[in-house]
Design a protein around this ligand. Structure first.
Ligand code: PGA
Length: 246
């Protein structure tokens, strides 16, 4: 089954209001790419401004995290409904930086994915093993446990992002063979749980995707796009990655 690819940029804690100029370059550079979905996920402070700037363009705007509850006494947190209200169309949940720096468990990630569904946002749910887990031969077992614990029941209405922790921000990537192996495994797990609908679920690869390695990584079976960190901050690096599908 042909899945429409998605290239999403995760800006992490980078960007000020002047960064809308970079978004505009990304919008201009992607306006003729009809075969790929493009998304930029800026920090929460920029969501509303970016969503307004991107209206009518090919670039969707996503958030990087949400709270499971729709409202309440949670100082500093942001509900999925608020992200939607600000103009977001999607939200990343369970990124390894959230799991590691904020102690997010699989159960919390699942609750966040459910919050995304409740509010009408598309969730991008992240999984991936550490270097130590891979070295110990536990990569599949770790990803299996994360999938079992982090994915919501019901519809397979989310995107997955496989991001090996050791590849994030490191400049190191798995081999295409290792990516094919893990993405195939994730597809199998999705099919066992969600049936035929899992054929429509996009599985993104993330971790040091750059213009010079993207073509090889995106050509791998069951890789339906990329979640790009550092290389998404500059249009001149992000656009060549999107253009692979153009
Ligand atoms: P990176 O980040 O592309 O900078 O490795 C990817 C991510 O964390 O989503």
């Amino acid at each position: 089954m042909a899945r429409r690819p998605l290239v999403a940029g995760n800006w992490k804690m980078n960007g000020l209001s002047a960064s809308v100029a970079e978004l505009q370059k990304i919008m201009a550079g992607t306006q003729h790419f009809a075969n790929v979905d493009v998304m930029v996920c800026p920090p929460a402070t920029l969501l509303a401004g970016f969503a307004a700037a991107a209206r009518g363009s090919r670039v969707a705007i996503g958030a990087q995290d949400c709270h499971p509850c729709p409202a309440g006494a949670y100082t500093g947190d942001i509900a999925a409904e608020m992200l939607k209200d600000a103009g977001a169309q999607a939200v990343i949940v369970g990124h390894s930086e959230r799991r590691h720096y904020h102690g997010e468990t699989d159960a919390m990630v699942r609750d966040k994915a459910l919050a995304a569904r409740r509010s009408g946002l598309a969730a991008i749910i992240c999984v991936g093993e550490t270097q130590a887990e891979r070295d110990a031969g536990h990569a599949r077992a770790v990803v299996r446990a994360q999938l079992e614990g982090s994915l919501p029941d019901g519809a397979a209405d989310f995107a997955l992002a496989y991001e090996p922790v050791w590849a994030i921000g490191s400049g190191v990537t798995p081999t295409p063979h290792d990516v094919a192996d893990m993405h195939g495994f994730i597809r199998q797990m999705l099919s066992a749980r969600y049936g035929d609908a899992a054929q429509r679920t996009r599985i993104l690869y993330g971790g040091s995707v750059k213009p010079n390695n993207a073509a090889e990584l995106l050509a791998v079976d069951n890789v339906d796009g990329a979640l790009v960190g550092g290389a998404s901050l500059k249009a001149e690096e992000f656009l060549p990655i999107v253009r692979i599908y153009g």
